[in-house]
Ligand binder design. Sequence first.
Ligand code: CO8
Length: 243
Amino acid sequence: MKLKNPPVNLLSLELLTEFVISLEKLENDKDVRGVVITSDCPGIFSAGVDLTEMCGRTPAHYAEYWKALQELWLHLYLSSLVLVAAINGTSPAGGCLVALTCDHRVMADNPKYRIGLNETQLGIVAPFWLKDMLVNTIGHRATERALQLGLLFPPVEALQVGMVDQVVPEDQVQASALSAAARWMAIPDHARQLTKDVMRKPTAERLLRQREAYIQNFVDFISRAPMQKALQLYLEKLKQRKA
Ligand code: CO8
C-alpha cells in the first residue's frame, strides 16, 4: 500500500478515511495475508497530522478529525494482517504513528531522514494511546525521554532505541520489507493473530473503554487559545522555512 497525498503525505481527513477503507478491503480479501505500507512521496514517509485540520476549525470538525485518527490507529494496530512499514523517508509524529502500528519496520539508511514523536516541540501532547504504543515498542524510560524532548531520530539512532527493526540501504527498503513480511507470514495465521491480540488488545481497550470522553477531552484541549496559537505559529514557521 503506497501512501499518496503529495507533497508530504499529510494525514488529512480524506486520507484517514480512505486508508481505513483500503485496509478493510484488504482484510476482507482472503488472498491477502500481509501488507507493506510505504510512501509514494519522495523522501517523506508521512509528515503526520495535517495541522490545518486542527487549527481554526469548529469543535465539530476537531471531533470528526480526532475520531478518524483514532479509527485509523485502531484498525492498523489491531489488524489481523501482517503489516510491515517500509519507511522510505522522514516520518514525524502521525507518520511515526502509522509506522509504529506495524509488526515490523524497515527504514532507509539516509541520514537526512528522521522518525519520532515530536509533538512537544509543537507545544502539543501525544495522546495516551500513542504514548502506550511507544512504551510497548521501546520501553518506558526511552519513551519518557523521546516524548518529553520530542525527539526525531535519524535511522541509526532509531534502530538503537528500537523504534525501527532494520536500517537498510535506500534502494533495498522495499525488498527488505517484503522479506520481513514473508518471515512473519511463514507463521500460521491463527497462532500469529491470537498472539498479536493478546499483546495489543489491552492497549487498544484503554482507548475503546471511554472513546467518546477522550474525543471530547481532545476537542477541549485543542480548542484552547494557547493551543491554537501554538499550532498557528508552527504552521507559519513551516511556511517561512521555505522563504
Ligand atoms: N500540517 C500541515 N501542513 C504541513 C505539515 C503539517 N504537519 N507539514 C508540512 N506542511 C505543509 C508545509 O507548510 C508546506 O505548505 P506550502 O507548500 O503551502 O508552503 C507543504 O506542506 C510542504 O512542506 P515543506 O515545504 O515543509 O516540505 P519539505 O519537503 O521541505 O519538508 C518536512 C518536509 C520535513 C516533513 C516538513 O514539512 C516538516 O517538518 N513538517 C512538519 C512535520 C511535523 O512536525 N508533523 C507533526 C504534526 S503533529 C502530528 O502528526 C501528531 C499530532 C497528534 C497529537 C495532537 C494532540 C493534541
